[in-house]
Design a protein around this ligand. Sequence first.
Ligand SMILES: O=P(O)(O)OC[C@H]1O[C@](O)(CO)[C@@H](O)[C@@H]1O
Length: 368
Amino acid sequence: MLPIQDNQADTKTWNEHIKKYFEGSTWFNGTWLFNECYIYRRLAEIFFNSKYWFDYDCFERQKNDTFKGSHQAVFDLASKMPELILPMSEEKLEIVYHELIQVCLWGNATDLSLLTNMTQEDIQRLQAIEKDLLAERRKFILVDDTEKLWEKLRSLQGGRIDFVLDNSGFEVYVDMILADWLLQSKKASKIVLNCKTIPWFVSDVMPKDMPMMFENCLDPDFFPAKETRTQQDVDDLVIMVKRWQGYVANGQLEIRSHDFWCTGLSYWYMESEAPELFNEMKQSDLVIYKGDLNFRKLVFDCDWPVTTPFKDAIGPSMANNFTNIITLRTNKADPVVGLSEETKLDIESRATREEWRFSGKYAVVEYN
Ligand SMILES: O=P(O)(O)OC[C@H]1O[C@](O)(CO)[C@@H](O)[C@@H]1O
């Protein structure tokens, strides 16, 4: 693990982490979490040291191409949106909430790292927004704290809600659908999107990807298969995305990034390594951590017994200071916590380890 050799704001910190925790370790014997993060920082170093390519995102084309492939679900969701944001009873709000959380959860299954193993049908099934298909997918959620989160949201009025984002393209599009609904239902008055600072795990969101996603949605030639949609479909998408741009303009939607999200450390270190971020995020009423990597960092990427309570796995600093975090994660790596004894026995008897722990078919929704 050679020191990083460039002059960025995070260079010193990266090299301190290598020296303090991983001196002498190599690609072959270091820890998976740190090494996998390190490889993305080394990639960034190549571009930072170039004369003309220093802000080049070598994954941008792949990110946009994959988003194009999600056109059907993009238009389906945009057409559904007007009816989801009408004023409605508390009871109906709860139903919509449950659907949107699921859409947002499964959006995480369709990131670039898994797409290579999936057929077009697999992807469409995961992106489906019909009620029956969502109900069907509930069987694949091994820990489901959506009800606990609703208890929190039910009484929330005009709060601040943070997303610690994961992938761009379809995943962040559905994150925006949820964010929009939270603002329209007045549960939130401010949404903060926390992005990565460098090209990260191929498809993660950087700040520049947000306005680009909005522009792509508004570009009539961006999505393929024009013949499959009506003028109404196009209008619904344009109205919704212009509303999103409006949120940015009026400050209801803030797009931020912080170097801490692109270190190789677990979030157990957030308080000591990034105290200003830690204290700032404490002001949020709810923090939504998206995806597998965020989950791994929350639970220290440890081989916990799978019945370890989520609260214990995220460590005392997080657990005691953030009684308002939720993770929406499809399982793409070994660490799993929070299972009941019953679910553990059940899943171990009917699925292989690969299937339920890292194929992306199963998921956990865990709340502290
Ligand atoms: O995009 P997500 O959901 O954070 O997934 C990232 C995951 O993909 C992998 O790179 C490969 O499975 C994992 O090491 C990593 O945790």
